[in-house]
Design a protein around this ligand. Structure first.
Ligand code: G3H
Ligand code: 13P
Ligand code: ZN
Length: 322
């Protein structure tokens, strides 16, 4: 099956009470780990590429890697998506260059400007058979070279969503309900500690999600910043020479709940990075004499695969839906 848009996927996910995993890809091992898990679990998938990924690996290499995965996994639907498109030109370059979905992230602009920029991308994308994700509200954390502090982040205002969607014509909407990018989503001061001393973050704003869903019936909602920061990988990193104190993510049961609601796409990147880095750190610690990249990338890829499998089955609920 050739690359697809997310239209059909989101419709089924909305009706079926599950979400599609959107995983960031930067190199071959990450593409392979994700798609092998999706193939084995019969799960549709969104592979997403950020501006930083394009700068690192080159647009053509990433497109060809994803095309290779599609050839290897012909039975699962795969979307190739631009993550956090910063401007019209980047979106156009991806639309012209084989992507089937783009995000225009003008969420840092005033409301009217966000509508204007998003509308322009939607017109070009729809003329070329490509779908568009837009964003209203601002997440805290780091994406590409943009860092948003917790004070400058803001929840999506439900009263704005109908006007935004109808004026832009966007196909899905990313909203801010308390998720955030990166491995340090909350400061220790924002969290409480459970009996084991583990940080427990403040709960997501399901009231905002419910109000948005009420105003946009049937419309697919997207959650960014949805890594859970698995503590076993944080521990692995810290045990083998790393230093990531108090890294904390979104509890998986809250993501599972969101997936049963109007959330049709859940973005996960940091968790894959933690799995890869932890595995490689452990390998080097245990095998200081080894220097063949294949030897440490192989277990890293295997752990990404198992992590993605866990997300598909236990968090997103999209296994068996391809
Ligand atoms: O939201 C950002 C994604 O995690 C991509 O990160 O910009 O470092 O590629 P990146
Ligand atoms: P995480 O940093 O939580 O993995 O979020 C990724 C993301 O939202 C990509 O757009
Ligand atoms: Zn994001």
């Amino acid at each position: 099956m050739p690359l697809v848009t997310s239209t059909e996927m989101f419709k089924k996910a909305y009706d079926g009470g599950y979400a599609i995993g959107a995983f960031n890809v930067n190199n071959m091992e990450i593409v392979q780990g994700i798609t092998e898990a999706c193939r084995e679990e019969h799960a549709p998938v969104i592979l997403q590429v950020s501006k930083g990924a394009r700068a690192y690996a080159n647009h053509t290499y990433l497109v060809k890697l994803v095309e290779a995965a599609v050839a290897e996994c012909p039975e699962i639907p795969v979307v190739l998506h631009l993550d956090h498109g910063p401007d019209f030109e980047t979106c156009k370059s991806c639309i012209d260059g084989g992507f089937t979905s783009v995000m225009i992230d003008a969420s840092g602009e005033p409301f009217a400007k966000n509508i204007e920029i998003t509308r322009k991308v939607v017109e070009y994308a729809h003329d070329h058979g490509v779908v568009v994700e837009a964003e209203l509200g601002t997440l805290a954390g780091v994406e590409d070279d943009v860092k948003v502090s917790a004070e400058d982040s803001s929840y999506t205002r439900p009263e704005e969503v109908e006007e935004f969607v109808s004026k832009t014509g966007c196909d899905s909407l990313a909203i801010a309900i308390g998720t955030s990018h990166g491995a340090y989503k909350f400061t220790a001061a924002q969290c409480t500690r459970n009996e084991k001393g583990i940080l427990v973050p403040p709960p997501l704003r399901f009231d905002v999600l419910e109000e948005v869903s009420k105003r946009l019936p049937g419309f697919p909602i997207v959650l960014h910043g949805s890594s859970s920061v698995p503590q076993e990988y944080v521990k692995m990193i810290n045990t083998h020479g790393g230093k990531m104190p108090d890294a904390v993510g979104i509890p998986e049961e809250q993501l599972r709940k969101a997936a049963t609601m109007s959330v049709c796409k859940i973005n996960i990147d940091s968790d894959l990075r933690l799995a890869m880095t932890g595995t490689i750190r452990q390998f080097f610690d245990e095998h200081p004499d080894k220097f063949d990249p294949r030897e440490y990338l192989k277990p890293a890829r295997a752990n990404i695969k198992e992590l993605v499998r866990h997300k598909l089955v236990d968090v997103l609920g999209c296994n068996g839906k391809a």
